[in-house]
Design a protein around this ligand. Sequence first.
Ligand code: FA5
Length: 354
Amino acid sequence: MFEKPDELREIFQKRLETIAALSDIEELRIEYLGKKGYVSSLMQELRSLSPEDKKAAGQRINEVKQFIEGTIADKLVELKAKEEQKLIDSAESYDESMPFSADIGSYHPITLVRREVEDIFTSMGFTVEDYSEITDDYNCFEALNIPPHHPARDMQDTYYLSSDQLLKTHTSAAQNTILRKYKDSLENGNPIRAIFPGRCFRNEKIDACHENTFFQMEGIMVDKDISISNLIYFMKTMLSEVFQKDVTVRLRPGFFPFVEPGFELDIQCLICGGEGCSSCKDSGWLELCPCGMIHPNVLTAAGIDPEKYTGFAFGLGMTRLAMMRYGIKDIRVFNSGDLKALSQFTDKSFVRPE
Ligand code: FA5
């Protein structure tokens, strides 16, 4: 009798006991259910069995597979609930007797657009990653092929802390960490597909389309044979889903030391329809999403072999996307705390500008 499915079930149950955080679940799923996971290697062993044993063994492997899938789904729900409870417990106490009104409060437009973009990318198999606002020179610049004294640093002056740390100037600062997180899983045949939204800080001259504190969303995909066509496909899908209509975009060469080749993806200004206005600095176009093929040095810095793998990266300007999505003419509205301006986007009577 082929005992291995039962053994796998036992090993899995023991391994499950070591899972304490939501962030460990994906690793567990890949380990057991991924292309090169335990379940698929058991399936391969079926080949060596006699035709009579094969059927029964195959059935038992499927049962174990279903058991693992179900258990992982349950664990996900359990850990989500635990983490939510932890958040509630750590929150300041509040007055439970306070009258509740559904009219009080609304989501910030950045939150709304972030959730929309996250939904689009998760439906295409991307994970959503978290990364801190404080980082260091290595992650923000050096790991991205921007050595000290490189002129590209002049564009991204930021706020430095006395601890030799700094406030991140772009979400690309998380690339090295995320690539390292998934590099072993990549070797096991699972492409890296991740987005990481975050707040960025720059010493910036503020105007209608520049803030010193703004949001970006980084995206990366790494696998064998990833090309610019994959990049263009994902960009087009994201924009058509967000705007639910055709928007005019243009792709032009752009220089970023961490991609080669690099592009600037601009969107035709939806405030003026391309005529030119203060929101687009009278150009009719808004720089929205620089992107490109990840530079081999960046892959190497994360321990990934650039001869074997290629990938794309993009850095979506989420605050600007929200401007276009909701027809907000001036970027300063987002950080203004002006409830009259900010609360209208969850108002049911709000109509998206044509
Ligand atoms: C970057 O930050 C690169 N890290 C993007 C990138 C990622 C390139 C991956 C290639 C591959 P840039 O400085 O152009 O590039 O900023 C990206 C986007 O963020 C801009 O197109 C814009 O939409 C937004 N952005 C940049 N600076 C500001 C600002 N001061 N205020 C508001 N939005 C900004």
